[in-house]
Design a protein around this ligand. Structure first.
Ligand SMILES: Cc1ncc(COP(=O)(O)O)c(C=O)c1O
Length: 389
């Protein structure tokens, strides 16, 4: 589906309008009995104490404009959160609150990428990253991780070879979407040294950082980077606190770019909803039990899907995911996963995301989200068994 509307910027007209949600909308009639496992979100609702804190903030009159980097109380809470979790010494001038992880990436790219610049993106990757780079007139250079028997591995030599004088940033998500793959701290350190030597920004997406199964968190570049390194860490309340609809995320950045991020925020959203930020403070200060529950919920979901897939001979998974909320897999004999996902939907009413959206080389793959109740996942596996078995 191309962008056929006339009189819009050529750069934007070239971007496909099709993504996971447009495919879902074609088929998604309320009450249709479809199991929607194509989106990356849990079926757990936000914990009531978080909603209560947001309601209390409305009643207390926190309904005015926000500070463009986020309200001071939330920035303080985010510093405490990171410093407790990671042993860092992050200060509030290094935090900007955003309207979700997606706008955090948008702000980062808007700040550093000019027309004609390129961004090296480690894939398979969530499709929205490339779209943002294109919107600002940049070029996406994909470096695909290798799908090995011991999991997805990053070849730093290929990352270096993809960079040139117009490379402004290297983007990686760890744990990644759709693979759950993690980039070990030793590899992140090498990447950091390379980026320092070349004056390239690192965009580190840690949205799934708390969903490393059985662990408190995954490896974070914040533990090895200096405060003024060219490093922007993207994070979000969406996944670990079940707050996708709240639209709340944050960036950890060098203090020196805080005023620039405030300026860019001014000209877009003008800030994040004030009373929701009070809900986020409650999530950070009292949400550790909930995050642990989400972690265990995803780990249990991964077990259900991986065990069922292991008994379906036509399914090929790479190594079992140890993090995030997805299995990325291929079906023997199904080359066009977009067409296959539509057929599977029609036959089984299970909604899967086609790999085509996750970068070149992923056309044969499909993604299933396992952050769902055991009952829903068991039902989905029963429906898929005759097609995948
Ligand atoms: C890797 C990655 N980064 C960022 C986001 C965006 O998160 P948010 O819902 O907070 O915008 C997602 C959402 O799926 C994601 O998978």
């Amino acid at each position: 589906m191309t962008n056929a509307v006339h009189d819009i910027r050529a750069q934007i007209a070239g971007i496909s309008l099709e993504n996971i949600s447009t495919i879902a909308k074609q088929a998604f009639a309320p009450g249709s009995g479809i199991l929607p496992l194509w989106f990356g979100e849990s079926d757990l609702a936000t914990a009531p104490f978080i909603g209560d804190a947001a309601h209390a903030a409305i009643r207390a009159g926190h309904t005015g404009y926000s500070n463009q980097n986020g309200i001071p109380e939330l920035r303080d809470a985010l510093c405490e959160y990171h410093n407790d979790l990671l042993g860092t010494a992050i200060t509030p001038d290094r935090i900007t609150v955003t309207n979700g992880g997606m706008p955090a990436i948008m702000l980062a790219i808007e700040m550093i990428v000019e027309k004609g610049d390129n961004v090296v993106v480690i894939d398979p990757v969530w499709p929205n990253i490339g779209g943002i780079v294109q919107i600002v007139g940049g070029e996406v250079r994909s470096v695909r991780m290798d799908d090995t028997a011991s999991g997805w591995q990053l070849d730093l030599g290929r990352v270096a070879a993809a960079c040139d004088g117009r490379t402004r940033a290297i983007f990686f998500a760890s744990p990644g979407n759709p693979t759950g793959a993690m980039i070990p701290l030793s590899v992140q350190r090498e990447l950091l040294e390379f980026a320092r030597a070349r004056g390239i920004w690192l965009l580190a997406d840690e949205v799934y950082h708390r969903l490393v199964f059985g662990e408190r968190c995954g490896p974070s570049i914040l533990t090895i980077a200096e405060p003024e390194d060219r490093v922007l860490v993207i994070n979000s309340f969406s996944k670990s606190w079940a707050m996708t609809g709240w639209r709340l995320g944050w960036l950890v950045h060098p203090a020196s770019v805080g005023p620039t991020l405030a300026m860019l925020t001014q000209y877009t959203s003008s800030g994040t909803t004030t009373f929701l930020q009070h809900g986020a403070i409650a999530a950070l200060r009292h949400g550790e039990d909930f995050v642990a529950r989400m972690n265990a919920y995803c780990a249990a979901g991964a077990d259900i899907v991986c065990s069922a897939f292991a008994a379906m001979p036509r399914v090929r998974m790479s190594a079992r995911p140890k993090a995030a909320m997805y299995v990325f897999f291929e079906i023997d004999g199904m080359a066009d996963s977009r067409a296959a996902c539509l057929q599977i939907l029609e036959k089984t009413q299970v909604g899967l995301a086609p790999g085509i959206f996750f970068g070149k080389g992923s056309e044969r793959f499909m993604r299933i989200c396992f952050a769902r109740s055991p009952t829903v996942l068991a039902d989905a596996m029963e429906r898929l068994r005759p097609v995948f078995g």
